[in-house]
Design a protein around this ligand. Structure first.
Ligand SMILES: Nc1ncnc2c1ncn2[C@@H]1O[C@H](COP(=O)(O)OP(=O)(O)OP(=O)(O)O)[C@@H](O)[C@H]1O
Ligand SMILES: [Mg+2]
Length: 379
């Protein structure tokens, strides 16, 4: 059992506030991803849990215990980093087992007062072998790091973490050295492994796709604050603000400036008819219906010819600026007067660069954000 909890955690480097009062409760066996742009404080937040940084104020718990003053080595965590730095002169077996040699364990689990003892060579060998099997690298144990591929090296680094049988895994961009294909593969492996081992895990990445595919929950961070903590579905479908809406999802959500007028969302180039329920929410949640931002994902805009319920009310005539064929769909960058946005449409589209096409907005999928606070007014 290992829960991790951060309560009102503030971290300053000198005057600079890097973590601005963050709160999170991570359940036993859960995998939570800290995701956000570079410099937002993800690694710092993780390092506070690890004990590599001291918090300026607030409390870090592992299980029910306050660990603020517990040194990193006594927190029963294992970390995996981007630069996993294997020892080049040691083979895989020794790289994995190295950390265990100096490690002391309780001589008698039922008697905490018994003098700790070192692990014996056979015990270490046993653990290394088991980790290698879990990681599917038992045939690589005699090799040196330079004889391994990037993915295999990453597995060895994971092996070092696994053999320690920690309460918590802390992983900071562990796959970012790998090429895209291998990264996607290792991501799946890692997820399998985490479920199999059932170890509570914090995983740091700036890659939203990685966050979406790996996380039981995602903690989406910006400017030292958790903007939203939720399941991948939550943050994707119900982003609490414009930052989360724009950060999660690729290509990004479109944002279009406008105002509410009667039942319509009015922009400088076109009008869209808003569903009743949306109007009610917007009016209830903002004091400034003249300053709004409409958000819609590219996949929620379709070529009119392929739309299931085209209606003139939510159709916009646009000029095609860029057309990219992704095989499964076609990505269009389009312009309506001074407003530009993106759409992912059916591959049958007749849209070509410099021609005009009619696009339909799926109004059941839009979000409206307050122009000033950028809060989502429609969830
Ligand atoms: N030891 C330090 N002293 C001073 N400032 C620091 C220190 N460590 C981090 N920072 C600053 O704190 C902020 C957050 O850094 P952090 O490493 O947590 O970001 P990050 O979200 O992990 O970014 P990245 O995706 O680039 O790794 C940055 O502005 C960084 O410059
Ligand atoms: Mg970082």
């Amino acid at each position: 059992m290992a829960q991790v909890k951060m309560k009102n955690v503030v971290k300053q480097f000198g005057e600079k506030v890097v973590l601005d009062n963050i709160n999170i409760d991570i359940a036993d066996k859960e995998l939570v991803v800290f995701v956000g742009p570079s410099g937002c404080g993800k690694s710092t937040a993780m390092r506070c849990v690890a004990g590599l940084e001291e918090v300026t104020s607030g409390i870090v718990y592992i299980d029910e215990n306050v660990v603020n003053t517990v040194p990193a080595k006594d927190r029963d965590i294992a970390m995996v980093f981007q630069n996993y730095a294997l020892y080049p002169h040691m083979n895989v077996r020794d790289n994995i087992g190295f950390g265990l040699k100096a490690r002391k364990i309780l001589a008698d689990k039922d008697d905490p007062k018994a003098v700790p003892r070192k692990l014996q060579a056979e015990e270490i060998e046993d653990k290394v072998q088991r980790a290698a099997e879990i990681l599917k690298i038992p045939d690589l144990l005699e090799r040196k790091p330079k004889e391994l591929s990037g993915g295999q090296q990453q597995r060895v680094a994971m092996g070092r973490a696994i053999v320690r049988e920690p309460k918590v895994f802390l992983m900071d961009e562990p796959l970012s050295n790998l090429d895209a294909k291998l990264r996607a593969h290792m991501r799946t492996e890692l997820k399998r492994l985490q479920i199999e081992l059932g170890v509570t895990t914090i995983y740091v990445t700036h890659d939203q796709a990685e966050a979406m595919t790996l996380g039981d929950r995602i903690a989406c961070m910006n400017d030292g604050i958790f903007q939203q903590i939720g399941t991948p579905e939550d943050v994707y479908d119900k982003p609490v603000n414009k930052f989360v809406a724009g950060f999660i999802g690729s290509p990004s959500m479109n944002f279009i400036q406008g105002r509410l007028d009667g039942g319509k969302f009015v922009t400088s180039a076109f009008n869209l008819e808003l569903p009743e329920a949306i109007i009610t929410k917007v009016l209830k949640n903002t004091t400034d219906p003249d300053n709004l931002i409409l958000g819609i994902r590219p996949e929620d805009i379709e070529d009119r010819e392929f739309d299931l319920n085209p209606s003139p009310a939510n159709t916009v005539s646009v000029k095609v600026m860029v057309r990219e064929n992704y095989g499964s769909d076609i990505f269009l960058a389009v312009e309506a007067d001074t407003i530009d946005f993106h759409a992912r449409v059916n591959t049958g589209t007749k849209a070509r660069v410099d021609t005009t096409v009619e696009l339909v907005f799926d109004m059941s999928r839009i979000h409206i954000f307050d122009g000033t606070t950028e809060k989502n007014l429609t969830i």
